[in-house]
Design a binder for this molecule. Structure first.
Ligand code: GLR
Ligand code: MG
Length: 424
């Protein structure tokens, strides 16, 4: 079998004005959709970062993969390494919230984008679900959590009509957001993106969520925007309210000290983003839970390796996300289904994306009782909707955004906004 066609299509989809430690989401999020085809007519799909530097590498790989056997992932890796080495990709602004778009992750990020498509094609050829190529499903329903954000009602200068989630800045609005998300998707745990409003207010929102949803595990994620002192102070207020405390304070040292001082389980997608940081984290007990993300951990199989390493060193595994569509959601679900020690519901931004902006046939994937179901359909079980792909590609061409930059976007609201970290 040989690969005869590779297409890499950048797309843009509407994204709400969600607040985070860096600033605010821009009106459009970027992704790249990958489609490969073999000489015997099988198709494989992938989805990854659509920011300019990541996209440039993916586009350079396109022609180099023609003629490759889609089972030869080692050869794919060699080609990716050589291409990245020849290019010295630039870093992306705001990269810390999307670690995979950082230059140092260029190999694992590009390899992952194509690895998923190669595995999808292989699984179609073998007529098995992709998870079978990862050793088989431990579970066929993968739990995700309700991912809450503080948000404005609409984007500055109203580039399109406001989303129907409304403003969420106050406790009651956050509780209402959670209620709506839980009602629609059946989530059984809640994550609050924090690090954006005064910490006491964000903690008060956790308390309000605890009261409104007794028994549901809660997480708060200030994206390293709290100083060690603030994180300790908030830990005292939070007591045992949290399932885990995600990236409250920056750095491996800060997290190690915080754990020593509070004993709280700390999770991260910021201080452990590769195996070198993993090693250093284990040495000083910086974190107790690692949030995996195949997009920057080097694909589905390397994510399994990460999970195995977590098992060896007694760490928990959960899963991180950035704004994404259904191909990524399904890839996340398939690898999560194959990780025995995934003891926490995964993150997903999927509910924040609009129902008419999906690139797979049938529209948005269902999340039922908080779970994505893995079926016995071959591969990821998805088919591209080329009309939708063309529509979102046109939107990419006209939206004017080429690299995610939440700081720059916030400066459009507040001209003197600076990316100081930690802010609180
Ligand atoms: O868990 C996280 O840190 C994230 O999901 C990072 C994201 O970029 C999030 O902060 C966002 O979308 O604003
Ligand atoms: Mg996080």
């Amino acid at each position: 079998m040989k690969i005869t066609r590779v297409s890499v299509t950048p797309i843009a989809f509407r994204d709400p004005p969600l607040l985070n430690a860096s600033g605010i989401h821009e009106p459009f999020a970027l992704r790249s959709i990958i489609e490969i085809e073999s000489d015997n007519g099988y198709i494989g799909l992938g989805e990854s970062y659509g920011d300019a530097p990541a996209l440039a590498i993916q586009q350079q790989l396109q022609s180099q993969l023609i003629g490759l056997d889609p089972f030869n992932l080692n050869q794919l890796r060699v080609i990716v390494q050589a291409t990245v080495a020849a290019n010295k990709p630039a870093s992306v602004a705001g990269a810390e919230l999307a670690p995979g778009s950082h230059a140092s992750k260029a190999v694992s990020n590009a390899y992952s984008a194509f690895e998923v498509a190669f595995l999808d094609l292989q699984a179609h050829y073998l007529n098995v679900p992709l998870v079978d190529l990862l050793g088989g499903a431990i579970r066929d329903e993968v739990p995700f959590s309700a991912y809450l954000f503080f948000k404005y009602a609409e984007h500055i200068e109203s580039p399109y009509k406001p989303d129907n989630w409304g403003e969420a800045l106050h406790e009651q609005q956050i509780v209402a957001q959670a209620a709506r998300m839980i009602e629609a998707y059946g989530f059984k745990s809640i994550k609050l993106k924090a690090g954006t409003l005064p910490p006491e207010h964000e903690v008060a929102c956790i308390k309000a969520l605890k009261k409104a949803f007794p028994g549901l595990p809660l997480r708060i994620d200030p994206n390293g925007n709290w100083s060690l002192e603030t994180a300790i102070r908030m830990a005292e207020l939070l007591g045992d309210d949290l399932q885990y405390y995600e990236d409250p304070t920056p750095g491996l040292d800060g997290m190690a000290e915080l754990h020593k001082r509070t004993g709280l389980p700390l999770a991260t997608n910021m201080v452990v983003t590769d195996f070198d940081e993993f090693r250093r984290s284990v040495a000083q007990n910086s974190v107790q839970i690692v949030l995996a993300d195949h997009h920057y951990w080097g694909g589905l199989r390397d994510t399994q390796t990460l999970a195995k390493m977590c098992d060896v060193f007694g760490l928990g595994v959960s899963m991180h996300s950035n704004s994404h569509l259904g191909i990524s959601l399904m890839a996340m679900a398939h690898v999560a289904a194959a990780v025995p020690n995934l003891d926490y519901a995964c993150d997903t931004h999927y509910p924040w994306q609009e129902p008419d902006e999906e690139v797979i046939k049938g529209g948005k994937l269902p999340i039922v009782d908080g779970c994505v179901k893995i079926t016995r359909a071959p591969g990821l079980g998805l088919e591209l909707d080329h009309e939708q792909l063309a529509k979102l590609h046109d939107q990419y061409l006209t939206c004017g955004i080429r690299q995610r930059d939440d700081v720059r976007q916030m400066q459009r609201y507040k001209a003197d906004w600076r990316a100081v970290k930690p802010r609180f």
